[in-house]
Design a protein around this ligand. Structure first.
Ligand SMILES: *[C@@H]1O[C@H](CO)[C@@H](O)[C@H](O)[C@H]1NC(C)=O
Ligand SMILES: *[C@@H]1O[C@H](CO)[C@@H](O)[C@H](O)[C@H]1NC(C)=O
Ligand SMILES: *[C@@H]1O[C@H](CO)[C@@H](O)[C@H](O)[C@H]1NC(C)=O
Length: 155
């Protein structure tokens, strides 16, 4: 009797996680549909311009030192995110990524990858959003199987 309740609760959790994943997917698809790309393309250069102004205050010899400009870079990515939200676009999206890559090329083309260690916060968050529920689901299924086997042995 107890094992049934346990199964139902786990099943409920799995359904919730799958539902959450589908909501993320559908929200993405929906937002991509109404994304005003021309508005986004019009607004992104504002972020690039303010980042450029900030970078010119940093000694160009230090342009490969991430600690020197991480704050400006963070402001820049937040700015692109804001502009994407204003244009009702999902972020990150190909347009914003292309723009950010262009900025990278403009300032960091002479930096070797050993000098600059790029950490992409949005990607990391996305990976966390996608993989943690999946891993939890797998772990839960494993736990359920393990518990049911154990109860078989105990029974
Ligand atoms: C997209 O933004 C432009 C301004 O850049 C505006 O003229 C246009 O009406 C917008 N399109 C939609 C579908 O909102
Ligand atoms: C990068 O800049 C920080 C802060 O100015 C400094 O402490 C650090 O030594 C620099 N690192 C390199 C590799 O130049
Ligand atoms: C990269 O190096 C080249 C040649 O030394 C130089 O002309 C160019 O301005 C540099 N670009 C950046 C972004 O520092």
């Amino acid at each position: 009797m107890e094992i049934h309740t346990f199964w139902l609760v786990q099943l409920f959790h799995v359904v919730l996680w799958v539902n959450g994943l589908m909501t993320i997917g559908l929200a993405g698809a929906h937002q991509r549909h109404v994304c005003n790309e021309s508005l986004l393309l019009q607004n992104l250069p504002m972020c690039g311009k303010s980042f450029e102004e900030m970078m010119h205050r940093v000694d160009s010899k230090k342009w490969c030192n991430l600690t020197e400009f991480i704050l400006y870079y963070n402001n820049f990515t937040l700015c692109t995110e804001r502009k994407a939200n204003m244009a009702q676009c999902f972020w990150p999206n190909p347009l914003a990524e292309g723009f950010i890559t262009g900025i990278h090329r403009q300032f960091f083309s002479n930096c070797t990858s050993e000098k600059v260690h790029w950490e992409d916060p949005p990607d990391r968050i996305l990976i966390t959003l996608i993989f943690v529920p999946v891993l939890l689901t797998v772990a839960m299924i494993g736990l359920v199987v393990w518990c049911s086997k154990r109860s078989d042995i105990l029974a």
